[in-house]
Design a protein around this ligand. Structure first.
Ligand SMILES: Nc1nc2c(c(=O)[nH]1)N[C@H]1C(S)=C(S)[C@@H](COP(=O)(O)OP(=O)(O)OC[C@H]3O[C@@H](n4cnc5c(=O)[nH]c(N)nc54)[C@H](O)[C@@H]3O)O[C@H]1N2
Ligand SMILES: Nc1nc2c(c(=O)[nH]1)N[C@H]1C(S)=C(S)[C@@H](COP(=O)(O)OP(=O)(O)OC[C@H]3O[C@@H](n4cnc5c(=O)[nH]c(N)nc54)[C@H](O)[C@@H]3O)O[C@H]1N2
Ligand code: SF4
Ligand SMILES: [Mo]
Length: 876
């Protein structure tokens, strides 16, 4: 059937916590058409580059299509029975705490609920933790300390209605792009001020009025200063303060705090405090620069203290706003995915909560104490205490700190099960049993985004091969473990109703999370469920929390927490003099199992890199585009140097995305220390210590091909292109015969070769043709190779007449590196529009080229480029 005959289906983007609504339609050829849903309250039709490119990631090439046991295809019956038997035997012999699940904030609520119920209610252990431990745990702990529950008070509308938005440890422009566009629209409409607090200058700083580049880990000292200033400047809301406890000790701790540890200029801080104080409507958005820290929970409370003391919470345009990373990070917190929670914001440590859930589930056994948190969980795997492990929808061999040790722990576990959509991940490669999961567009369920809005994900494509939705796989294992009735689910709707009913019980305990108003949805109503914000009860709907001063601690008051600055756990020292910060890039999602399939998304930053200050590269003799070796107490990596003053001297930044599949020497978490926050257990992913040196490579290479390459040198980093693949290469050992090397690389022993080689100067260019078209081209030099990569990447599949020159013929325009991923617009094309077509603003460039007019996430970079060009003109 032709796609145009099919109706559009409403669903939710499977990437970030903004939770944008999408319209999906099968294209009739196995693929999808994707559009933003203008009726969805999170995005009102907008999508970012990743959402826009979703259709490029639904292909089946990389998919795992059947269960596999010890590397052999197996039937579902055998695989499920084996998993159930091994878990049951291990529990019978070693007790329930000898097994564990490690799950994900990308699971749908229904999947998550079933996994949590199986572990906590039926296996009888709390050893289920989630990658949200690496992500949201400090926010959860900070919320609970201050409010008594894990509640995000505000809504996205508050961002539209604020007069000051403070971004703390959040690169919103790249990580929550649609929300950032919403913020920029608000600034346009009402002049919202934006302040960024981040040790690094990021794309989010481009639109900001102020950037406070504080020292890594020093946020507590900054917010303590703000707290003191608010108290001394008369900005306290005394009526609201009556709804809180702990003011005096909090002020004492804040007064004792030393601002100098932030390294910030006192006047700039005073200006920030003044702005905060003068502005009634303040939203503080915070993310991983706050959470991923050994003082993450204290950082959260330092921020909450300021909002509570001024009553700037729960009213329009006001509030602290912890933005969630993953599409269902919030839903996972609601179902109790963390090892210290029960379902529906009930606490494992509370006997009344436990007994209510136990009765509701008719559970044979329930753990009485919290289970292992992620870092400890994998340590216990390494020690052999966890003997059966099930990893679902996450890739810990890449994303956990001390990733080499985690990888070894998983490899050494007696029995490991991995549920994934592909077998090509660093974690899946270690599994005894691999279970093929249905992917986002192939299954039904719900997710909750950053502002508590529950949205449906809907199935529009058939699951390929034998793939099944995660909830079904987990429930079937539960049934085979003997819990037949408790896991007898026929549909996600059934699971959702059970969960919504349980939330009503939690509501009776006075918990915030209550969606009992949805407990009676029939299948049809569940199918049609519109996005809605919780709570959803007979009397409450989607409201803000805490504006009324009612909190969830016994006694109903909020708590201000005295907090004291502590430095990051790892100290720089002569052997490891640099502070390593890590994070995300605009167009890749985590371990790249989906986004790397898209040539468009791979074009923005095609290679792992290290941001490092020119002062440091000068001292270390590192030139632009050199490769650098990083080492830390736990591992090492090779990355491309990106010399920039966006980072301070002594600090370096690297992205978290690359893996053994895409760039094996760039798994950055191998270097990250597994130090954790004492309250939340969240690892400090942003403040490890490393040494940096120039990699003394014997040769550097760049290659393109129409198919996968046989890569085996010290450094390689591969990316998809429209024509196939491109790869950066480098080796430590001399190669004498580059023709033979190219034939091996492209697996083309009989192809026709065109070549230029100069052995003395270490230069080689080899282009291989088959049937008159280029199948591969390799460029080698003793220094980083200077060829026009974006042009060369288009050659496979063409006759490539000029390929050996490494640059386009004079009459072919070279668009240059892609800036706008949505429309594939290159830097040179934009420069041409500025210089020759009079496009002197981001808007004018958009009108002429389309660049920046779809998702808008490249607008900061276009503005940067424009600024550079116009400044140059002015100087000439
Ligand atoms: N493109 C893209 N978007 C994503 C994701 C993705 O993989 N790719 N992942 C999603 C997920 S799961 C998450 S959790 C979010 C994360 O979203 P963000 O938290 O916005 O992203 P990060 O890049 O991890 O880190 C944010 C910033 O924290 C800064 N930082 C480091 N140390 C400190 C510090 O001590 N103090 C302060 N104030 N700042 C510090 C870093 O320099 C960095 O710029 O993104 C979501 N969105
Ligand atoms: N150094 C450093 N490390 C970090 C961070 C950092 O900032 N710095 N950030 C941390 C944070 S915030 C996060 S959230 C984590 C993220 O880290 P991970 O969760 O490990 O990363 P993902 O690539 O999202 O892994 C998701 C996996 O699920 C698979 N998958 C996709 N769809 C489905 C499905 O429908 N079902 C199943 N069963 N599987 C599916 C994908 O193929 C992939 O293998 O990384 C953390 N690690
Ligand atoms: S901002 Fe982008 S990645 Fe996040 S939900 Fe929206 S479209 Fe998806
Ligand atoms: Mo995350």
């Amino acid at each position: 059937m032709d796609g145009a005959d099919q109706p559009w289906t409403r669903s939710t983007c499977p990437y970030c916590g903004v939770g944008c609504g999408v319209l999906l339609r099968p294209d009739g050829a196995g693929g999808l058409e994707v559009q933003g849903d203008s009726a969805h309250p999170a995005n009102l039709g907008r999508l970012c580059s990743k959402g826009t490119a979703l259709a490029e990631t639904v292909g089946l090439d990389h998919r795992l299509l059947r269960p596999r046991v010890n590397g052999q295809d197996a039937g579902w019956d055998d695989a499920l029975q084996l998993v159930a038997d091994r878990f049951s035997e291990t529990i019978a012999r070693h007790g329930p705490d000898s097994v564990a699940f490690y799950v994900s904030g990308q699971l749908l609520t229904e999947d998550y609920y079933v996994a949590n119920k199986l572990m906590k209610g039926f296996i009888g252990s709390a050893n289920i933790d989630t990658n949200s431990r690496l992500c949201m745990a400090s926010s959860v702990a900070g919320h609970k300390r201050a409010f008594g529950t894990d509640t995000v008070p505000g809504t996205y509308e508050d961002i539209d209605e604020a007069d000051l938005v403070v971004l703390v440890g959040s690169n919103l422009a790249w990580c929550h792009p649609v929300l950032y566009q919403r913020l920029l629209a608000a600034r346009e409409a009402r002049g919202t001020k934006i302040v960024v607090i981040d040790p690094r200058r990021t794309a989010s700083c481009d639109g900001a009025d102020m950037h406070l580049a504080l020292r890594p880990g020093s946020d507590v000292a900054l917010f303590n200063q703000l707290f003191t200033a608010l108290c001394e400047g008369g900005a306290l809301d005394t009526a609201f303060l009556d709804r809180t406890e702990g003011f005096e000790p909090t002020l004492a701790a804040a007064r004792a705090s030393d601002l100098s540890v932030t390294g910030l200029d006192a006047q700039q801080v005073a200006a920030f405090c003044d702005l905060w104080m003068r502005t009634e409507r303040v939203v503080t958005i915070y993310s991983q620069g706050v959470n991923q820290s050994t003082s993450g929970t204290d950082k959260v409370n330092a921020i909450l203290n300021c909002h509570l003391a001024t009553g700037r919470i729960g009213t329009p345009g006001c509030g602290p706003f912890s933005v969630t990373g993953q599409p269902n990070a919030m839903g996972g917190r609601e179902v109790g995915g963390l090892a210290n929670m029960l379902a529906c914001h009930l606490d494992i440590g509370n006997p009344d909560h436990r007994s209510a859930v136990r009765t509701f589930w008719d559970a044979p056994r329930m753990p009485e104490a919290p289970g292992l948190k992620a870092v400890d969980l994998f340590r216990d795997v390494a020690k052999g205490r966890i003997k059966a492990l099930w990893i679902i929808h996450t890739n810990p061999a890449v994303s956990m700190p001390e990733a080499d040790a985690v990888q070894a722990a998983i490899a050494g576990c007696d029995f490991t099960v991995v549920s994934d959509i592909t077998d090509r991940t660093d974690t899946a490669r270690l599994a005894h049993v691999l279970l093929p999961a249905a992917a986002w567009a192939e299954k039904d369920g719900t997710v909750t985004n950053s502002d508590r809005t529950i949205s449906r994900q809907r199935r529009v494509l058939p699951a390929p091969g034998a793939a099944r939705p995660d909830w079904q796989i987990i429930a079937q294992v539960g049934q085979r473990m003997g819990f037949t009735r408790a896991f007898d689910y026929g549909s996600p709707a059934e699971i959702f109703r059970e969960y919504a009913t349980l939330s009503g019980i939690a509501g009776r305990f006075g918990r915030d999370f209550d969606i009992s108003g949805l407990a009676d949805l029939d299948d049809r109503a569940y199918d049609r469920l519109k996005p809605q914000r919780w709570p959803v009860t007979a009397t409450r709907r989607g409201r803000r929390f805490f504006g009324d001063g009612a909190f969830y601690h016994p006694g109903g008051k909020a708590r201000l927490l005295p907090v004291t600055w502590r430095p990051p756990a790892a100290r720089t020292e002569p052997r490891f003099p640099f502070r390593l910060n890590t994070g995300r890039v605009r167009d890749q999602w985590h371990t790249m199992t989906r986004t790397a399939l898209s040539p468009r998304l791979s074009a923005h930053l095609a290679e792992p890199f290290l941001e490092i200050h020119p002062f440091d590269t000068g001292r270390l003799g590192i030139d632009a585009a050199d490769l650098v070796r990083l080492s830390s107490p736990s591992g090492s990596a090779i990355l491309r140097a990106r010399i920039t003053d966006a980072v301070a001297p002594g600090q370096v930044f690297a992205p978290m995305h690359w893996t053994a599949e895409t760039a094996p020497s760039a798994r950055i978490d191998a270097l990250v220390a597994a130090a954790t926050d004492p309250v939340s257990g969240q690892p400090e992913s942003k403040a490890s210590v490393v040494a940096v040196s120039r990699l003394d490579a014997a040769w550097y290479g760049f290659a393109v091909s129409n198919g996968p390459m046989a890569l085996r040198c010290e450094y390689w980093a591969q990316a998809r292109t429209q024509a196939g693949y491109r790869v950066e290469l480098a080796g430590l050992d001399r190669v004498d015969d580059w023709e033979a090397e190219a034939r091996r690389l492209f697996d083309a022993p009989n192809a026709t070769a065109a070549m230029i080689t100069d052995a003395r100067r270490g230069i080689a260019r080899v282009v291989l043709h088959e049937d008159g078209v280029v199948i591969g081209a390799l460029f080698v030099a003793p220094k980083p190779v200077a060829v026009m990569r974006d042009y060369i990447a288009t050659l496979p599949g063409t006759d490539g007449a000029d390929a050996l020159t490494g640059r386009p013929p004079a009459d072919v325009p070279n668009p240059g590196p892609v800036l706008c991923a949505c429309f594939g617009v290159g830097v040179n094309t934009i420069i041409d529009a500025v210089e020759n077509k009079g496009a002197l603003s981001v808007e004018a460039i958009g009108e002429i080229l389309g660049a920046g007019t779809n998702c808008g996430s490249c607008r900061p970079e276009i503005a940067d480029l424009l600024q550079g060009l116009t400044t140059r003109e002015a100087a000439e």
